[in-house]
Design a protein around this ligand. Structure first.
Ligand SMILES: *[C@@H]1O[C@H](CO)[C@@H](O)[C@H](O)[C@H]1NC(C)=O
Ligand SMILES: *[C@@H]1O[C@H](CO)[C@@H](O)[C@H](O)[C@H]1NC(C)=O
Ligand SMILES: *[C@@H]1O[C@H](CO)[C@@H](O)[C@H](O)[C@H]1NC(C)=O
Ligand SMILES: *[C@@H]1O[C@H](CO)[C@@H](O)[C@H](O)[C@H]1NC(C)=O
Ligand SMILES: *[C@@H]1O[C@H](CO)[C@@H](O)[C@H](O)[C@H]1NC(C)=O
Ligand SMILES: *[C@@H]1O[C@H](CO)[C@@H](O)[C@H](O)[C@H]1NC(C)=O
Ligand SMILES: *[C@@H]1O[C@H](CO)[C@@H](O)[C@H](O)[C@H]1NC(C)=O
Length: 748
């Protein structure tokens, strides 16, 4: 660690240099910097040899003006030419060529990059322009559910993924607590007070939005240093590729200790959040008229920009999932203006990126007058609203396109990064184009805003593609067939049929059951009231499972195929858990002990262990790897234990008492065996004993009993393998043969 401070100092100086360069859009220096960055990306992706066949360059003049991204493809054979109006546009052009001319595929789970030789020719020149000024990526929550433990190597891969998918606007959210720490110390808070304020790493997203404080903390000193370092590298790379990073700004929440240092300060304590009591929630909100508001806001932003430079975009969320202290439009306008004015006091060119989630989350509070007060408090064009869940509950349609403020049509898709096959591909496909056609539309971008990544990759592939399309994909069935072919690198008819079935079922979500959250009994605390309704015919999943198994001889070499085979096997088992749960419950209701033990026994003693075993065969589904990531960030074993516990809480109880129980559920080997299995066994045993003794099942009692098991999992320090065991294809096949046939015929 000895050189870290010097390194940080150097990086800080680099940040200042970048600040001096900001605003130099179009300068030749930027073109060559972005050209170099996109060439380096190609070399990382393809290897230096194959990458040499691509002549990549950035030429600003390709764009009709600032704000249009264009790429031009030409050539073939030994040399393909990819020109882009920015680094991101060139990377998107490269990805377009690899995908549509070479049949390649780049995804979180891996890449399929077999290049045909000679390289396929582009007929003439292929020019494509994005119809959108912005293609945005991330959600404040993604930083906690998915990015929290990442090192630079993982961030580098993600930024490559972003550039290849044409993303040009993204949060750069790391390291902000290090800056806040400086500001709080300058204001006179003690280190102990600051330690009580910050949440642990796995809960920072909610600390940042003012929902929580203290939970899972404190943040170790080394955490701050590492995050500052990461943030510098992330910013440097994003800027090198011509991406616009969005920095955080002050939204009005302050640590409680501010009231000790400034006894006269005018603060309001907000209500509790997420079933947490006021020990961890009920944050303090500074009154917009208090002189400390602009002071704290500009102290923070000045220090942040001094450290990192700026691209003039800032994110801040004052009332995310929190009821404002007053519904008076005058108050809401003042609270909003105070945030904006604290930004522009430091950066006159500030643009505020606001998550529009609050409007759709509490529609009963946010009537037209309240929404209008917020939107009207910032000059037109300076508030950029994320319509965060537009594929399901768009807000632009009922706010006259956010009252004329520009907005980004975002697909949220996934809450908590749950596994579970799910998507609304038809709605996603139609959404962005419909937003452009809306009367007096102010849509300026598309966005990918999942709470967690690393699941349902097909949904993200489609959404990223839509950022470069004027119209919806005309035929999703053909599109998904091509997707499968590119993903596996082979056109395999059974695999294509499987994907068509998935498109028709799990990925064609609509209606009430379709909420972007896995509610399967498998990943929920058992009760007699579980709702197993799904929006699709379960037979389609079983049939897709069978078809993928049929395709195995030709596809086992493909890592993406093995991932999908495992994921569909996992989904098949998830469906079976619902069916056996229904059977067990029905037997219990009829007071048939034998039937209860039979169905409950299959569920808790056969299906779930089989699931754990198949998950254990792939490094992408291991609790061991998941926890190892968290421990690897630490510089001492005490820190490693804190991070591991943060991670275990997030996956399960979420808060100390199961406050947001199972919200961020995952299906990982080890988690199934030691968390889901014990709770299901206890449930079956408790039901059986209730029948045997002739006393009713007591849910409250069961909840307290099962909580002890859940908590034991969180507090445990058991180590799990971070290397896969067993063969996925063999395990998927034997699992199917063991369980599926009995349930395939005609069940829903
Ligand atoms: C909040 O809950 C915790 C247990 O999670 C308890 O220790 C604490 O006393 C509670 N605080 C308040 C203010 O109720
Ligand atoms: C504190 O702020 C609130 C909300 O802006 C305001 O209504 C109230 O008058 C302020 N109180 C004082 C004492 O300034
Ligand atoms: C669109 O804007 C024009 C000009 O402001 C206005 O006259 C018209 O009513 C608007 N249309 C809709 C559907 O809001
Ligand atoms: C998706 O469901 C809608 C009805 O909700 C239906 O019209 C459409 O054909 C379905 N799409 C596919 C691919 O099955
Ligand atoms: C189960 O959920 C579905 C979809 O959300 C809903 O239509 C149905 O009424 C629910 N059933 C029960 C028994 O709550
Ligand atoms: C699978 O591969 C075998 C030989 O490797 C080949 O004969 C067969 O045609 C392939 N089947 C499909 C459906 O691609
Ligand atoms: C579900 O699909 C199966 C197999 O195609 C079919 O037999 C069954 O009737 C379907 N169920 C419903 C409710 O549509």
């Amino acid at each position: 660690m000895g050189t870290a401070p010097q390194l940080l100092l150097l990086l800080g100086l680099l940040g200042l240099l970048l600040l001096a360069r900001a605003g130099a859009w179009g300068a030749a220096g930027d073109e060559s910097r972005e050209t170099a960055a996109v060439r380096a990306l190609a070399a990382r992706l393809l290897g230096p040899g194959p990458a040499a066949a691509f002549a990549l360059s950035v030429e600003r003049t390709l764009a009709a003006g600032p704000g249009t991204d264009v790429f031009v493809l030409s050539g073939g054979g030994a040399r393909v030419r990819v020109r882009g109006s920015s680094g991101v546009a060139a990377a998107a052009g490269l990805h377009r060529y690899l995908r549509d001319f070479c049949g390649c595929h780049v995804a979180w789970s891996g890449a399929q990059l077999r290049l045909p030789r000679p390289l396929p020719a582009v007929p003439g020149e292929l020019t494509e322009a994005s119809p959108y000024r912005y293609r945005y990526y991330q959600n404040v929550c993604t930083h906690s559910y998915s990015f929290v433990w990442w090192d630079w190597a993982r961030w580098e891969r993600e930024i490559d993924w972003m550039a290849l998918h044409g993303i040009n606007l993204a949060l750069a959210w790391s390291g902000q607590e290090a800056i806040w720490q400086r500001v709080y110390l300058a204001l006179g808070l003690t280190q102990a007070e600051i330690d009580q304020h910050f949440t642990g790493p796995a809960f920072l997203a909610w600390g940042r939005m003012g929902n929580l404080h203290g939970w899972g903390g404190p943040l170790p000193h080394a955490w701050h240093l590492k995050q500052l370092y990461l943030q510098h590298r992330v910013l440097d790379r994003m800027r090198a590729l011509g991406m616009t990073p969005v920095l955080p700004a002050f939204a009005g929440h302050v640590p409680k200790a501010v009231t000790r240092v400034f006894p006269q300060v005018n603060v309001t304590q907000l209500g509790s959040w997420g079933h947490f009591n006021c020990s961890y929630s009920c944050s303090f909100l500074l009154a917009p008229g208090d002189p400390l508001f602009p002071l704290i806001g500009s102290l923070f932003l000045r220090e942040l920009n001094r450290e990192f430079g700026t691209d003039h975009f800032y994110g801040a969320d004052t009332f995310n999932e929190m009821q404002p202290p007053s519904s008076e439009p005058a108050y809401l306008a003042a609270a909003t203006a105070a945030v904006y004015e604290a930004m522009t006091a430091v950066d006159p060119d500030a643009v505020w990126l606001l998550q529009g989630w609050l409007f759709q989350h509490q529609p009963e509070f946010w009537g037209p007058a309240q929404v209008g007060a917020v939107l009207g408090a910032v000059p037109q064009g300076r508030l950029l609203v994320l319509d965060l869940f537009a594929e399901n509950q768009p807000v632009y349609t009922r706010t006259a396109s956010f009252g004329g403020q520009p907005f980004i049509w975002c697909m949220l898709h996934n809450f908590g990064g749950n596994h579970g096959l799910f998507g609304a591909l038809e709605a996603v496909n139609r959404g962005p184009a419909a937003a452009r056609l809306f009367p007096n539309s102010t849509v300026v971008g598309t966005g990918i805003a999942p709470e967690g990544i690393g699941q349902n990759e097909v949904v993200y592939a489609l959404m990223a593609e839509l950022g470069w399309r004027k119209d919806p994909v005309p035929d999703l069935s053909a599109w998904v067939a091509r997707f499968a072919e590119q993903r596996y690198g082979v056109a395999q008819p059974d695999a294509v049929l499987a994907w068509r079935l998935l498109l028709h079922s799990v990925y064609n979500c609509s209606g009430e059951a379709c909420r972007g959250h896995n509610h399967s009994p498998l990943v929920r605390r058992p009760s007699l009231q579980m709702n197993t309704t799904v929006w699709y015919n379960r037979s389609d999943v079983f049939e897709a499972w069978r078809l993928l198994l049929k395709a195995t001889p030709n596809l086992t070499a493909s890592p993406a195929f093995r991932y999908d085979l495992l994921d569909v096997t996992r989904q098949g088992l998830q469906e079976l858990v619902s069916l056996y749960y229904e059977e067990a419950r029905a037997a219990y209701m009829r007071q048939e002990l034998e039937g209860l033990l039979r169905a409950g026994g299959v569920l808790a003693y056969k299906l779930l262990p089989a699931l754990d075993e198949v998950l254990a065969s792939d490094h992408r589904f291991l609790l061991g790897s998941w926890l190892e990531q968290a421990r690897a960030v630490a510089v001492s074993s005490a820190e490693a234990d804190l991070y591991e516990q943060n991670s275990r809480y997030q996956l399960t109880l979420w808060g100390p008492e199961g406050n947001i129980l199972d919200y961020a559920n995952k299906q990982l080997a080890g988690l199934v065996a030691d968390y889901y299995v014990p709770r299901w066994r206890l449930f079956v045993e408790t039901l059986a004993s209730s029948l045997a003794r002739g006393v009713p099942f007591q849910q409250q009692q069961f909840n307290s009993d099962v909580f002890l098991l859940e908590q034991a999992f969180v507090l445990s320090r058991k180590r799990y393998p971070s290397q896969p065991q067993g063969d996925t294809v063999e395990l998927a096949r034997s699992t199917f043969l063991r369980f599926a046939p009995r349930k395939v015929a005609g069940t829903r």
